[in-house]
Design a protein around this ligand. Structure first.
Ligand code: ATP
Ligand code: ATP
Ligand code: MG
Ligand code: MG
Lengths: 247, 247
């Protein structure tokens, strides 16, 4: 069970959740993708539209079962959309157990090889639920300075929370929006690999306009450009993940 | 008074707040920049570091005066950092007047031609405070599909809140991370200009690595590359703003 997490905005969480979920399914795995962002980008990127959507909001706010809210979006991929009320869960406080609700819901769930949770750009109650529900974090790091800054802050927060709540996760880092000609991108990559040897996926995801275009058609990169560089990068990432791990 | 606002992550709010604040000061205006994001990116981008920072958190949580927390960071630019406790204001609820606190604090403030507030990637209590405190919104829109989606959602939220609380703001849109060779970027620009004629700044901010590099040195683009394209773009944006507006 994997949470795609980084409180910094726009680093490629949703793009990674979308394309990695589909890549794993194309390799024969059964995947459940959960959109945990009230902004619903993952849901829209899969081509699911409409303002009356029910999803993980019902699970977290009303105790519905995850299995009830999941439905197929691609061969091998089920999705639980964010749902229109998910903001309420982020805003309201309802007791000490509120942070464990997703974990408990996931305990009832069977039939998937991978569960992939897309998180919002915040370190609030939703992200906390994701953190406590999974065993592994996939942390996208965009190839620029503010992204590294955001990473430092994220790791501080994780260290505190995990210590206090006695919860541990394996952390993986994936470089996103990578442009090899930029010295800044290469420096970010070197820093990441030196601080976290063995935890950084060897495939950086390159900056490619197709990865920005596909959500506009409600498509993953595999629907949109199966033989392109974007598909290659996410296919490579999926394979590293399945081999348990960063090469 | 201007809030740089968009709940979508990574669209260039902080980059715009940083460089526009400095550009206006270079044109002779007195500017107060307020970092309203608990992640403190604007503060770090100006070169202010350290974990024991006090700032607008003290104003919103303890009622300190804005003037007390502001200090000079460049000629003509004062900054109020986010402060390390700003997360608490976002998480806690303390009554119906909580959304008006920044507005009331700003009523006591004098001596500036422009106040520029950098918002977090969320539509929560901090962003609400910014919205109700200012007369104008500067909404950065990155040149990709998910950014347009985020804009649609933002406008829906704004319409509801402004109607319910009888508050009005002028809305300006600035295209960011613009790459003119990408058809996607041109399409986003055309859509924006057709939906909001007269409200879209004619200067898009181009995708330029220098704009991503300068924060790593605690510098604005004017400190980092005074004669470069990034400085030209933000100088042009400042001039359009001062002329009251999108040409
Ligand atoms: N490798 C890439 N190449 C080109 N564009 C990309 C790439 N990765 C992401 N993008 C685009 O950059 C923007 C930000 O990416 P994305 O929305 O996936 O980030 P995020 O971390 O989920 O953002 P948020 O914090 O708002 O949830 C999107 O418009 C996306 O299409
Ligand atoms: N025009 C540009 N050219 C190149 N890089 C840019 C440009 N604008 C912003 N960036 C870079 O893109 C990243 C995201 O920009 P920025 O942090 O300003 O967005 P934001 O909307 O404030 O993000 P958040 O939602 O996390 O607060 C940063 O690393 C920034 O340096
Ligand atoms: Mg996202
Ligand atoms: Mg920012």
């Amino acid at each position: 069970m994997i949470a795609v997490m980084n409180q910094k905005g726009g680093v490629g969480k949703t793009t990674t959740a979308l394309n990695l979920a589909h890549a794993l399914a194309l390799e024969g795995r059964r995947v459940l993708a959960i959109d945990l962002d009230p902004q619903g980008n993952l849901t829209a990127s899969f081509g699911i539209t409409g303002h009356q959507i029910h999803g993980v909001d019902r699970v977290l706010l009303e105790g519905r079962a995850l299995a009830e809210m999941a439905f197929p979006v691609r061969e091998g991929v089920h999705l639980i959309p964010a749902g229109q009320w998910l903001d309420r869960f982020e805003q309201e406080r309802s007791g000490a157990q509120q942070a464990w609700r997703l974990r408990r819901a996931l305990e009832e769930l069977e039939g998937y090889d991978y569960v992939m949770v897309d998180c919002p750009p915040a370190a609030g109650m939703l992200t906390m639920n994701a953190l406590l529900a999974v065993e592994e974090l996939m942390i996208p790091v965009a190839s620029d300075y503010l992204s590294l800054q955001g990473l430092a802050r994220l790791l501080r927060i994780l260290r505190q929370v995990e210590k206090r709540l006695q919860h541990e996760t394996r952390k993986w880092f994936v470089l996103t929006r990578f442009q090899k000609r930029r010295r800044l991108a290469r420096e970010v990559r070197e820093k990441l690999e030196s601080y976290f040897p063995g935890q950084v996926f060897s495939t950086p995801v390159r900056e490619l306009v197709a990865l920005a275009e596909s959500p506009g058609f409600g498509q993953s990169i595999f629907d949109y450009q199966f033989r392109g560089a974007g598909a290659d990068d996410y296919r490579g990432l999926a394979r590293e993940l399945m081999e348990g791990r960063a090469a």
